[in-house]
Design a protein around this ligand. Structure first.
Ligand SMILES: O=C(O)C1=C[C@@H](OP(=O)(O)O)[C@@H](O)[C@H](O)C1
Ligand SMILES: C=C(OP(=O)(O)O)C(=O)O
Length: 437
């Protein structure tokens, strides 16, 4: 059992410039598409964290070369050289939704047997939809554990797949759609994915998938709601600069919000498909000054934060940060449209309610979200439940509530290589304010 991490309390307004590592969602899509491409691709400034290292390892296991390289400016890069996909191979998904939902549709193209497993919690994450779709498309997939509809399982590839049409219920995760689309162009007849069921969450992530496919020369028709058609054809190799991870920027921006400070994040894209961009509107609604200037996002916190009524269906990833902000605001908040968060790294609705209430808060779970009423809070234990975003939410709380002890800060390594170091550097920075925000 590792020692808890005592979240540092800010001794005044936080003023810092924070460089955020690359986007998990872009890095793992880029790795997978590079593995299916018609030549080598250089991915510059990729995220190096547990989720992306697991994706790289999965692709290497299938016969793809993923090598460390420096880009032309000396920046960190991954050179991906595709090869024929083949088994036998073993894929460790860890707790990464992008690995467990994106790799099996690619592995269905491999020649040979591919075994998938992951963390214990990963065995509980929704997965059956992808496996049923692959079966319906002609892949042999069999469970190898107790869960008939998830990890662990074995997939026996025959070196190709006819493709066609898959009708799925993607209401539990947009990744079911993204995973199938990413490999669909390499199926003989391409792939049509048709969603049937309650609304699909996290739409921007599907838009990111479609945009990245198009950038690699794949024809995608997304003109009809809940239907996506990927034409068969080559995936063109492409060198790419990975954008900073905007969702991972949010705890740092929250530090400005809750301390009345100012945090700048350089490299913020003017236009992006990343869901995390929505934090700008949420922070503004809560009373922050938010300005995107020359690709640097500047957030200045107010004296007191306002509560929000927010539908986070499209941007569920932001919920732990927004819930922490809401618990530290002056009025009540309601977060809606996020029932699917019960299937994330942990049941995030239950976890947020339990941990905020454990500090003296007043949070109730609704069918599809949370109602958060600010209360005076006290220090205490904060369980991360192996969830990187629960750990960073605990760090936000600790900035203004002395004595918040996060049990598993190492869980942040899922998507941030050195979160405690970055957090400490932010608190030590003491920069001066910029004009005009
Ligand atoms: O495709 C992606 O990169 C992601 C899609 C979303 O998943 P869900 O649709 O399961 O929420 C998001 O929450 C996750 O962090 C990353
Ligand atoms: C839901 C998330 O991750 P995953 O990609 O594992 O689904 C997340 O990062 O908030």
């Amino acid at each position: 059992m590792t020692r808890a991490w005592l979240a540092p309390t800010a001794d005044g307004p936080v003023r810092a410039t924070v460089r955020v590592p690359g986007s998990k969602s872009i890095t793992n899509r880029a790795l997978l598409l590079a593995a299916l491409a018609d030549g080598p691709s250089l991915l510059r400034a990729p995220l190096r964290s547990r989720d992306t290292e697991l994706m790289a390892a999965a692709l290497r296991a299938l016969g793809v070369r993923v090598e460390d390289r420096a880009g032309s400016g000396g920046e960190d890069a991954w050179l991906v050289t595709p090869g024929p996909l083949r088994g036998p191979a073993e894929v460790d998904c860890g707790l990464a939704g992008t690995v467990m939902r994106f790799v099996p549709p690619a592995a269905a193209l491999a020649d040979g047997e591919v075994r998938f497993d992951g963390d214990l919690r990963a065995r509980e994450r929704p997965m059956g939809t992808v496996l049923d779709a692959l079966r319906a498309l002609g892949t042999d997939v069999r469970p190898t554990g107790e869960n008939p509809a998830g990890l662990p399982f074995v997939l026996r590839g025959r070196g190709g797949l006819p493709g066609g049409e898959a009708v799925i219920d993607a209401s539990a995760s947009s990744q079911f759609v993204s995973g199938l689309l990413l490999s669909g162009a390499r199926y003989e007849r391409g792939l049509t994915v048709r969603h049937s069921g309650p609304p699909v969450p996290s739409q921007p992530h599907i838009e990111m998938t479609v945009a990245m496919l198009r950038e690699q020369g794949v024809a995608v028709d997304d003109g009809t709601q809940d239907v996506w058609r990927v034409e068969p054809g080559p995936v063109r190799a492409r060198d790419l600069d990975v954008e900073p991870d905007l969702s991972n920027a949010t705890p740092f921006l929250a530090a400005a919000a809750v301390t009345g400070g100012e945090v700048r994040v350089p490299g913020w894209p003017e236009r992006t498909t990343q869901a995390g961009d929505a934090i700008r509107g949420i922070l503004a609604e809560m009373g922050c000054a938010v300005e995107l200037r020359d690709r640097t996002l500047v957030v200045r916190g107010p004296g007191t934060l306002r509560g929000v009524d927010a539908d986070l269906h499209d941007v569920g990833e932001l919920t732990p940060t927004v819930a922490a902000l809401a618990a530290l605001a002056e009025g009540p908040s309601r977060l809606r449209g996020i029932a699917h968060l019960r299937g994330h790294e942990t049941d995030r609705l239950a976890a947020l309610a339990a941990e905020i209430n454990g500090l003296g808060g007043d949070v109730t779970e609704t069918e599809d979200g949370l109602v958060i009423r600010p209360r005076p809070l006290r220090g205490g234990g904060w369980r991360a439940y192996a969830d990187h975003r629960m750990a960073t939410a605990g760090a936000i709380m600790g900035l203004v509530v002395p004595g918040v002890a996060v049990d598993d800060v190492a869980s942040t390594g899922k998507t941030i290589p050195d979160f405690p170091g970055m957090w400490a550097a932010m608190l030590e920075a003491k920069e001066t304010a910029v004009e005009g925000v």
